[in-house]
Design a protein around this ligand. Structure first.
Ligand code: ZN
Length: 208
């Protein structure tokens, strides 16, 4: 069988900056239109990642410095709209809210509100393909870091209501580390959610 994912939306990824933050580029293979997601650092590297494509937007998952360090430079260089979560404080051309759709050539991205690590973090799912760019929402080893008990509770709700609703073949592309399929992690996440973590917050692991 032909892999439609390969034919219709190409994912490019490159770690940039001191925190090895994964910058992503999604390219519609039919039209060559692309988006740059999380321009964290190294404008030259990001420019190379966009090679042979026509950028139509810069997307932001959340406004931590490792994810937006080269936003100003890339915005000036590309001259395309910046789209960011509503509360991010970034002077976005378009504010992103849950269930928003973003066109990339003949493909469409759906915005998922996935708060916890920040109060307004978003993830991006490719419509019709199991591709999810998740920022620091979830990693293979655990959810993104939180800085208060309330934020951790928000993360738990995000896992339960949003992430676990994604399909088993969802391929998650996190802000740090390698991409991973959601299906094999599902039991560990459910086990984690079933536990009482008390007043915990910080760096969490599924196995704790
Ligand atoms: Zn972050």
């Amino acid at each position: 069988m032909t892999d439609l994912r390969e034919e219709t939306m190409i994912v490019r990824c490159k770690p940039v900056g001191a925190w090895a933050m994964n910058a992503h580029v999604l390219v519609c293979s039919k039209t060559g239109q692309s988006v740059l997601i999380d321009p964290g650092a190294e404008p030259q590297t990001l420019t190379k990642l966009l090679d042979n494509s026509t950028p139509v937007a810069i997307l932001i998952t959340h406004n931590h410095p490792d994810h937006v360090g080269a936003l100003g430079a890339m915005r000036r260089q590309l001259g395309v709209p910046v789209m960011a979560p509503a509360l991010s404080g970034i002077g976005a051309d378009r504010q992103l809210n849950t269930d928003d759709r973003i066109d990339i050539g003949e493909q469409q991205i759906r915005v998922y509100s996935t708060p916890g690590h920040t109060e307004d973090q978003v993830s991006f799912g490719v419509e019709g393909h199991p591709i999810y760019i998740v920022g620091d929402t979830i990693f293979e080893g655990g959810p993104g870091k939180t800085w208060s008990c309330a934020d951790f509770q928000t993360t738990l709700a995000t896992m339960r209501n949003i992430v676990l609703a994604w399909p088993d073949d969802a391929l998650c592309y996190p802000g740090h580390g390698d991409p991973f399929p959601l299906g094999p992690l599902r039991p560990a996440i459910e086990h984690f959610l079933a536990k009482d973590h008390g007043p915990f917050f910080g760096d969490a692991e599924w196995k704790m």
